[in-house]
Design a binder for this molecule. Structure first.
Ligand SMILES: NC(=O)c1ccc[n+]([C@@H]2O[C@H](COP(=O)([O-])OP(=O)(O)OC[C@H]3O[C@@H](n4cnc5c(N)ncnc54)[C@H](OP(=O)(O)O)[C@@H]3O)[C@@H](O)[C@H]2O)c1
Length: 288
């Protein structure tokens, strides 16, 4: 299969491009395809004649998006719409990623694909617009909403916590936002499994790791796993649970980010696996 991947230097894009063994992959990073340039997107897809487009590029700076909503919209909403039009024209399947941040987090159970959306942030708004643009193009598409993505590379919570652990004696971490940390490799493996499975079925699917924690719980698990691997050589800082209200950020985040993955499992038989096992796998890929 010919697969065009965007965002190939991001966490998920890198993992997808790496795991697409046996396929003919054209991988674009921002330097070779800037999603803020609509004509370049059209040209690029027409040149590649793909069977599948995996759009892993996104404007993911959640707090910065509050001040740069138009730029976020260009990448997260307008570009996916163009990719979807071009995918339809090429008869290709578009796999596009979205986010738990399309919800307001006020429900006290895992979110279903059919639950009402109400983004709290500019990032969430632009990602929701992206979902709608992809669906409106009318071609074959899968929108995979995921959450709390991390990898042994890139910008993410896991690497930030490890950096802070080396610099600080005490860390204050938010303990009243719940979600499922999802490794880029877990999501990439699911994506690869869907290439064959998803020929006819369009729609939105939740695709996160199983299990639930808070940012505080995630930080603790990262440090415990690192200690198991490195022993006393890894110094665990004191962890202090705090409320969201004690850590104000420009963008508001949902209190409950937990997504139900039942639809993905029932329709395609695809599960991403437990978040703790994937954390061990991601940590073992780090040097030292
Ligand atoms: N990260 C999370 O916690 C999270 C949570 C839920 C959903 N998601 C979704 O999952 C998907 C993958 O995210 P990720 O975690 O892999 O994000 P990431 O690591 O930030 O990667 C996104 C990639 O997109 C690229 N990009 C940004 N603007 C671009 C442009 N104008 N043209 C071309 N490329 C551009 C970035 O390049 P630069 O590095 O040059 O900026 C980066 O390589 C996204 O759809 C995201 O919204 C992520």
């Amino acid at each position: 299969m010919k697969v065009l991947v965007t965002g190939a230097k991001g966490q998920v894009g890198e993992a997808v491009a790496r795991l697409l063994d046996g396929h003919q992959v054209t991988a674009h990073d921002r330097a070779s395809l800037d999603l803020e340039k609509p004509d370049d997107i059209r040209w690029c897809v027409r040149d590649a004649h793909p069977d599948v487009i995996v759009n892993a590029a996104a404007y993911t700076a959640v707090d910065r998006a509050e001040a740069e909503e138009d730029r976020a919209r260009a990448v997260n909403a307008i570009a996916p719409g163009i990719l979807a039009e071009e995918a339809k024209r090429a008869g290709a399947l578009l796999i596009h990623y979205s986010t738990d941040y399309v919800f307001d987090g006020e429900l006290d159970r895992p979110y279903l694909e059919t639950d009402a959306t109400r983004p709290l942030s500019a990032y969430g708004r632009t990602k929701l617009e992206g979902e709608r643009a992809v669906a409106a193009a009318g071609g074959r598409h899968l929108i995979l909403r995921t959450s709390w993505v991390y990898a042994p590379r890139g910008r993410n919570f896991m690497l930030t916590m490890l950096r802070f652990a080396a610099e600080r004696d005490e860390l204050r971490v938010v303990d009243d936002q719940r979600g499922a940390p999802t490794s880029a490799d877990q999501l990439a493996r699911a994506t690869v499994a869907l290439l064959d499975a998803a020929r006819e079925t369009s729609g939105i699917y939740h695709a996160t790791a199983s299990g639930v924690t808070t940012w505080f719980g995630f930080a603790g698990a990262i440090f415990e796993a690192r200690r198991r691997k490195l022993g006393e050589a890894f110094r665990i800082p004191a962890l202090v649970p705090i409320a969201t209200a004690d850590y104000p950020t420009p963008a508001k985040r949902p209190r409950n980010s937990v997504l139900s993955n039942a639809k993905l499992e029932n329709v395609f038989g695809v599960r991403l696996g437990d978040w703790r096992e994937a954390l061990d796998e991601a940590l073992s890929a780090l040097p030292g």
